[in-house]
Design a binder for this molecule. Structure first.
Ligand code: NAG
Ligand code: NAG
Ligand code: NAG
Ligand code: NAG
Length: 435
């Protein structure tokens, strides 16, 4: 008798608990979408320091604990995921940036550009970056801010066919800094096309013409985000000691051979194969596949822009499909081409650390796969922050946006911390140049 009463009580308790949770969740999550704002420690500072007068601020705020999310606390990850489902991200619009950058002093202060401390070690080791974008000023600007330091150089390439307002906003941002500039020649970028490679080449030659004595060049798409602070990048690049960090694939099956065994032409909006290739790479070099993104030494960039061998290889690339995935890799992995910082061993036996991307069928993804690549979610952060790679690809501003928010906060905290950075792993890499 007594036991049955206990069971009844327990059942009732569960029922009440369920109802209370349900009602609580409905109240919490089914509020008017536009009145909810989810913030992390950093977004609070970033966005609410700059309030566009033209837009109403959200009325209700939920604070998310990024530390817990990065530590993979299930409760906080579930809470964040539920909140993101009902609350769209609060981001600044193109027009907000156009307005905000009219007053550069206010802009730099509100967006806390000068709040990242810079050491002498960093000042003596400037890095040049290109950022390739075609939309989304907010995400582009966040990437710029995460890697911005006064001694570095930044070349922004926005697609020639992007809306005028995007160009105007980016020009506004660039005009607020002496070391951020818009590329001198904009390409109309077509997917898989030579124009994508040209965009980086245009930035490279602009950056070479600058008086700053930068040591390394890193090219980035706007959906990438750093995993290392600028000081950590400097320490890693010093370990590289002039070597490039470029991916190299030579296994025939992995090289997508039809892209270069046939000559391709982009006609009227689509790709056509216009015949079997009969020309060879200069000096009998062999074609190598890799990523469009990499880490390039200054001497290598100089070689790319000025050396005849590099220019001859570029000519060969003109009818290759996705030449950006063959050009750097071919230059970097052929002894005969004599590129500075190149790698002579088997390229597939060395790690490639420029970018971490998670691929479908191979890696885990707590976000979602789009065209085979993981769009990171909050559940991925725990693994991401422990990666040896320098950058992570990719993030969407309107999907699991707290992933980017929390990574931003983590990186900011890491910049302020005075803990030593351990370079042991990087010092034993096979591709670095020995000191
Ligand atoms: C820009 O923002 C300021 C302050 O928020 C506002 O007073 C001004 O009217 C805005 N200008 C434009 C062109 O929107
Ligand atoms: C960053 O630092 C702040 C202030 O110390 C702290 O409250 C926050 O939890 C930290 N965030 C992360 C992701 O470490
Ligand atoms: C491209 O398409 C247009 C209209 O469909 C056609 O008139 C033109 O001949 C095409 N050009 C080529 C090079 O195929
Ligand atoms: C390239 O290779 C072919 C055959 O393997 C050889 O006959 C030719 O002399 C080589 N050319 C150069 C420039 O090394």
């Amino acid at each position: 008798m007594k036991r049955r009463g206990l069971v009844k009580q327990l059942l009732l308790f569960c029922l009440v608990g369920f109802v209370v949770t349900y009602v609580y969740n409905s109240v919490l999550f089914q509020v008017n979408e536009l009145s909810v704002e989810v913030t992390t420690k950093l977004t609070t500072k970033r966005i609410f320091n700059f309030v566009p007068s033209t837009r109403k601020l959200p009325q209700k705020k939920f604070k998310i604990n990024c530390r817990k999310i990065i530590e993979k606390d299930k409760g906080e990850i579930d809470r964040a995921t539920a909140l993101m489902r009902v609350s769209p991200p609060f981001s600044l619009k193109t027009e907000d940036y156009i307005n905000a950058t009219e007053d550069c002093v206010h802009f730099r202060k509100s967006f806390r550009y000068d709040s990242y401390p810079v050491t002498n070690e960093e000042r003596e080791f400037p890095i040049a970056f290109s950022i390739i974008t075609y939309k989304d000023v907010d995400q582009t600007e966040r990437l710029l801010r995460a890697i911005y330091r006064p001694q570095n150089l930044y070349c922004i390439h926005a697609d020639a066919s992007s809306p005028d307002s995007l160009h105007k906003a980016l020009e506004g941002i660039a005009d607020c800094f002496g070391n951020v500039f818009i590329v001198s020649k904009k390409e109309d970028i077509i997917y898989n096309h030579m124009s994508r490679l040209k965009a980086d080449l245009n930035c490279m030659s602009d950056i070479l013409a600058m008086p700053q004595k930068w040591k390394y060049f890193i090219n980035l798409p706007h959906q990438q985000f750093p995993l290392k602070t600028n000081l950590e990048l400097v320490k890693i690049l010093k370990t590289y000691n002039g070597a490039n960090d470029i991916e190299g694939i030579i296994t025939h099956g992995r090289m997508m051979p039809s892209r270069f065994e046939f000559r391709h032409k982009y006609i009227n909006g689509s790709w056509k194969k216009i015949g079997k290739r009969n020309n060879k790479l200069p000096l009998n070099a062999s074609i190598v596949k890799g990523s469009a993104y990499g880490v390039f030494s200054r001497e290598f960039v100089q070689y790319i822009i000025t050396d005849k061998r590099a220019k001859d290889v570029l000519k060969f690339m003109e009818d290759v499909k996705s030449p950006d995935e063959y050009y750097w890799a071919t230059l970097n992995h052929n002894e005969v081409l004599k590129a500075p910082g190149r790698y002579s061993g088997n390229p597939e036996k060395k790690p490639w650390l420029a970018v971490y991307a998670s691929w479908g069928g191979r890696d885990k993804c707590h976000g979602k796969f789009v065209r085979g690549v993981c769009i990171f979610g909050v559940g991925d952060l725990n693994e991401l922050v422990s990666k040896k790679e320098l950058f992570a690809n990719k993030f969407y501003p309107d999907f699991q946006y707290l992933a980017l928010d929390c990574l931003e906060e983590y990186l900011y905290n890491k910049t302020l911390s005075h803990l030593p950075f351990e370079t042991f792993y990087y010092k034993q890499l096979p591709f670095i140049r020995k000191q």
